[in-house]
Design a binder for this molecule. Structure first.
Ligand code: PFF
Length: 452
């Protein structure tokens, strides 16, 4: 294949890639979204479907997406163009790269808003706002906060600026340096929080809610949400992992590395759940409180416990860190494409993508206050963007990646690029990517539109 090298960066080591891809995967999805959608969808049964989706759909697609990126060493749009050419397939496949770039920017627009909430809560924790506050006061604090567009815009802007300042510095200086310090800190803080949850008397009730399934609570909508979340949490279906894979040196095993990353991501989500639900139940709170769940519940614990001031600050700092390492990957496909194809400088590319996403984010902000009653297809702007991206675009993107890797790309190319240790492991992946993953996504969609 064409090995003409362009202005494309490279990770300095395997560890750098692992940290960056884990940084992309682990984010608000694990700590903010997983608990609240688990709460909304009844707990254990939802968690099992989600875990199955990660295992049977997410991991094979993550391997495929990394492989496609590394094969071409280009941004997602060019990757699809180049690999289509290599396989002698239909040119239209490059739209897949396009959809990814658009999905990334759409997600970032509301992701940054929520990350802004987390940033604001660092300050609230620091100034002692949670101190001795009961559930009603914490709820009021949250309600007043999201009712103020000015405050939300301020924090959304600050977060967006921080993201762009990291991205503008490029692969080695920006992304790598950031995640090298951020990821280990995140793990330590999360373990501390779980240790606190163990001291509450609702610890086992929390575990029961998370792990004992009640399948009567499962609807086709919740199965779609669980599947969409498997894509969202592993950063799949939109080229983020593809672009990170494209910076991966050729001698590194994709499958082993992927298993490690997906494993770490799943562990973080479960730990977040284990930390959060006992606190929810210990304070007689509702698990289905929606996107405000962690903001309305955890501060109560921070306000009540010894050392809660420091724990509160640490937790929200951790959330912002996790969000930052994900948001940089949401925008990287667009920036890489503008730099490599449109001859933009990195600065100019960051400026334009940053500004447009920031503007779109204002729509999500208004959906929590001034436009709270504006509904499109029964959803607020925030809910619509979330549904459109996580439940539709990412699974469609992932489905297409599976078809491309399993059916369009030649066996010789994928076998060579994956370079698995045994023939059997390649075979297992090949079956999962060609049959299991695409049919699972397809059946969930059929079910949702009521055909099945
Ligand atoms: N995986 C991130 C999270 O769980 O928060 C969100 C995300 C990042 C989704 C990058 C998609 C993506 F491409």
């Amino acid at each position: 294949m064409d090995t003409k090298k362009i202005v494309h960066g490279a990770w300095s080591s395997r560890l750098a890639f692992i940290l960056a891809a884990t940084g992309s995967a682990v984010g608000l999805g694990n700590i903010w979204k997983f608990p609240y959608i688990t709460g909304e969808n009844g707990g254990g049964a939802f968690v099992i479907v989600y875990l199955l989706c990660v295992l049977l759909i997410g991991i094979p697609i993550m391997i495929a997406e990394t492989m496609l990126g590394r094969r071409s060493q280009r941004n997602p749009i060019e990757t699809m163009e180049l690999l289509t050419e290599e396989a002698g397939a239909d040119k239209n496949w490059h739209y897949l790269g396009w959809m990814g770039v658009v999905a990334g920017l759409l997600i970032l627009s509301y992701y940054s808003v929520i990350a802004g909430w987390a940033s604001a809560y660092v300050l609230k924790a620091f100034t002692g706002s949670f101190f001795d506050a009961d559930a009603a006061q914490i709820r009021q604090l949250f309600d007043e906060f999201i009712a103020s567009p000015i405050q939300l815009i301020f924090w959304h802007s600050a977060f967006m600026l921080a993201t762009m300042l990291i991205v503008v510095r490029g692969v080695n200086k920006g992304l790598e340096k950031a995640v090298q310090y951020l990821m280990p800190t995140l793990f330590i803080l999360l373990f501390l929080l779980v240790a606190y949850a163990m001291t509450t008397d609702s610890y086992f009730q929390g575990l029961k809610f998370l792990f004992i399934p009640d399948f009567s609570k499962l609807t086709s909508g919740s199965v779609l949400t669980a599947m969409g979340h498997a894509f969202f949490t592993l950063s799949l279906g939109m080229g983020a992992i593809m672009v990170y894979g494209s910076y991966l040196p050729k001698n590194i095993s994709i499958a082993k590395t992927t298993l490690l990353i997906a494993g770490a991501d799943t562990v973080v989500a479960l730990l977040a759940g284990i930390a959060i639900f006992p606190i929810v139940f210990a304070n007689n709170l509702q698990p289905d409180s929606g996107p405000g769940l962690i903001f309305q519940t955890l501060p109560i614990a921070f306000g009540a416990m010894t050392g809660g001031w420091l724990m509160g600050i640490s937790f929200f700092v951790m959330l912002v860190i996790a969000a930052l390492t994900s948001s940089i990957s949401l925008v990287e496909p667009a920036v890489a494409w503008l730099v490599e194809n449109k001859n933009f400088s990195r600065q100019k590319a960051c400026l334009w993508t940053g500004l447009s996403t920031w503007l779109l984010g204002i729509g999500s902000i208004f959906s929590f206050n001034v436009w709270a009653n504006v509904k499109l297809f029964d959803r607020s702007i925030f809910q619509l963007l979330d549904y459109l991206t996580a439940n539709l675009m990412l699974p469609i993107g992932g489905f297409s990646i599976a078809i491309f890797a399993g059916w369009i790309m030649s066996r010789q190319s994928s076998e060579q690029e994956l370079n698995m240790p045994t023939v059997q492991s390649y075979q297992i992946w090949k079956i999962l990517i060609s049959y299991v993953a695409p049919s699972a996504v397809f059946f969930v969609f059929l079910h949702v539109v009521g055909v099945l």
